[in-house]
Write a protein that binds this ligand. Structure first.
Ligand code: MTE
Length: 318
């Protein structure tokens, strides 16, 4: 992200219809293979591991977001990724992440809470109803997609652990596995990837912990097995492959605000009126489209989130 944004031509995967993928899914289902092994070979359970709770049924219903924007194809969403633990090359992440093994997986929820607990991914899949949320994802680099996520509100998990009245922020940490994630050998980044939200932002219903997309388990390259999605903020806030969530009274430091504090702030709310120091944020390129679109304030979610920032300077929101 510290590189200057360069637009890329339309690739073949940008026009591959999702039906191609879905017909493969139907075939595998018909063949009696457990759903949990569908998305990627790397998600396949090992001998002896249970798959019963691995893939709750979430039906992919609508083909558009609430503004009528069509969803990007499964191929687009899984072949153009920012996941620096694997590579800074968006089109190389999918293949480099193929052998990453997200099973078994635990998420530790700790810090200023009454009920600290470590949850297995299977607990999180069974405790909370997994719903579909079709959200726009706007990267700070000025490209965007529309993604049908599956997941559950972050607030549902936070309510389980009961934050104390001292808790003001939520800090998230990604997995650190340099042997499986070659990008983590890079000394330029302070691994593991970290992010944070103010607690009232975290409690907003739009903030979800996503466990899949298109009704399938989360593909490795999109942050298997569980990631944050905060659609009114630039994509770098939506931290992938989470292993730890900590409630704290201190504003957490984040990977990007540590690397380039003048370019990536803590709030990082999508704002077409506040440019990145090196490029405009007024418009964006939707992956799969040729002409640019205007970027919407709060990525179009102002009705749900603007109240969180009343009285704050717009620059502070960046
Ligand atoms: N999370 C981790 N752990 N590592 C990353 O490099 N990249 C972020 C975010 N979450 C990133 C991450 C950025 S910059 C973006 S735009 C989104 O993930 C991209 O999500 P996607 O690849 O699923 O579209």
């Amino acid at each position: 992200m510290t590189k200057t944004y360069k637009s890329v031509p339309v690739r073949s995967y940008e026009i591959t219809p999702k039906e191609t993928f879905l017909s493969r899914r139907d075939f595998i289902k018909a063949a009696g293979v457990v759903a949990g092994s569908v998305a990627l070979a790397a998600c396949a359970p090992k001998a002896g591991e249970t798959t019963d709770s691995a893939m709750p049924d979430v039906t992919h219903t609508a083909g558009t977001d609430e503004l009528g924007n069509p969803t990007n194809s499964f191929d687009q969403i899984t072949n153009y990724n920012n996941f620096y633990e694997f590579s800074t090359n968006k089109e190389a992440v999918a293949s480099l992440a193929r052998d990453f093994n997200p099973t078994p997986w635990t998420v530790e929820v700790t810090g200023m809470v009454n009920n600290p607990k470590t949850y297995g991914i299977e607990d999180l899949l069974s405790m909370f109803t997994q719903e579909e949320r079709i959200y726009r994802l706007r990267c700070v680099e000025a490209w965007s997609m529309v993604i049908p996520w599956n997941g559950f509100p972050l607030a549902s998990l936070l309510n389980e652990v009961e934050p104390t009245s001292d808790a003001k922020y939520v800090r998230f940490e990604s997995v650190y596995r340099p042997e499986e994630m070659k990008g983590q050998s890079s000394p330029f980044y302070p691994w593991p990837y970290q992010e944070g939200l103010r607690i009232d932002e975290a409690m907003n219903d739009l903030a979800i912990l996503a466990t899949g997309l298109y009704g399938e388990m989360m593909p490795n390259q999109d942050g298997a097995p569980i990631r944050l999605v905060v659609p009114w903020k630039y994509g770098f806030k939506s931290i992938k492959s989470i292993v730890k969530i900590e409630l704290t009274d201190q504003m957490p430091s984040t990977l990007w605000s540590t690397v380039a504090p003048n370019e990536y702030g803590f709030y990082a709310n999508v704002n077409p009126n506040v440019d990145h120091p090196r490029w405009s944020q007024a418009s964006e390129r939707r992956i799969g489209e040729l002409s640019r679109r205007e970027t919407l304030m709060f990525n179009g979610y102002g009705d749900q989130v603007a109240y969180l920032y009343e009285g704050m300077d717009l620059k502070e929101n960046y």
